[in-house]
Design a protein around this ligand. Structure first.
Ligand SMILES: C[S@@+](CC[C@H](N)C(=O)[O-])C[C@H]1O[C@@H](n2cnc3c(N)ncnc32)[C@H](O)[C@@H]1O
Length: 235
């Protein structure tokens, strides 16, 4: 019998494989239409940098990492991009080529849990809708600590985390188990982030209620979530 984590990962694999196969990065109406606004705003903080190191945890097909790499055209930049799905990394590499940033994108197929973040390695670490997919609350806390240790002085972290997620069939409204490995309350996410990044300059700390549809194996699910966004700078 499959464990809860195996069931969720299989469901997420099917859902992401469908999106990554059907949708073209930056040429679609879905969430892949553009990099998130918060990442676009953060990049302005680094406009004077000649050498830039970034890490994108749960990178998908490069919605945010390709944008970051594009910001450093003509400069030295390397963005390490980690995703557990092989198809995400394949599409990421295709997208990097199409956008002329292949040499700045380093795709790594593997889990956030297994990726060892070198200390003081990165100017910028982002994890957009990814940390809630690590195996457990303990791993979540561990990941926050590794991210903190991996950011250099004057570096920035950007985390977007779904919390208090509920899921139902988009047509029948039948309640379903939310396919999120870690489904914490927004208050708990904020408390963990505040604790781990204590002493850092808070640039953004928001909670916004959102609803959106995701394709599942045989139907479409309606998700209701409180999205926690935290941006902080190590000074
Ligand atoms: C909702 S998508 C977001 C992708 C990307 N961050 C973006 O904003 O476009 C979540 C991604 O995280 C990946 N993922 C989920 N759990 C993961 C894990 N434990 N380790 C690495 N990647 C994971 C999924 O395969 C998927 O590509």
């Amino acid at each position: 019998m499959k464990s809860r984590i195996q069931t969720i990962r299989e469901s997420e694999r099917l859902s992401h494989t469908k999106i990554y196969t059907d949708e073209e990065l930056y040429h679609t109406d879905s969430w892949l239409s553009k990099p998130i606004k918060t990442v676009r705003e953060i990049m302005e903080l680094f406009s004077g940098y000649e050498f830039f190191r970034a890490l994108d945890l749960g990178c998908g097909v490069g919605r945010n990492s390709i944008y970051v790499a594009e910001c450093f055209k003509g400069k030295e930049c390397l963005v390490d991009c980690v995703d557990l799905l092989d198809i995400a990394i394949e599409k990421l590499n295709d997208n990097a080529k199409a956008h002329g940033v292949s040499e700045r994108i380093n795709g790594i197929a593997g889990t956030i849990e297994d990726f060892e973040i070198a200390k003081d390695e990165y100017d910028f670490i982002m994890a957009v809708s990814a940390l809630e997919h690590v195996e457990s609350e303990e791993r979540f806390l561990c990941a926050l600590g590794s991210i903190r240790d991996g950011v250099r002085e004057n570096g920035v972290v950007c985390m977007v985390i779904n919390s208090e997620v509920s899921e139902c069939d988009s047509v029948t409204k039948e309640p379903l188990e939310a396919q999120f490995e870690v489904n914490l309350s927004a208050d708990k996410v904020l408390a963990y982030v505040d604790e781990v990044f204590r002493g850092w300059k808070v640039i953004k700390r928001t909670v916004s209620r959102q609803e959106y549809d995701v394709p599942r194996e045989t139907a479409v699910s309606r998700l209701s979530t409180k999205v926690v966004t935290c941006v902080a700078k190590r000074e």
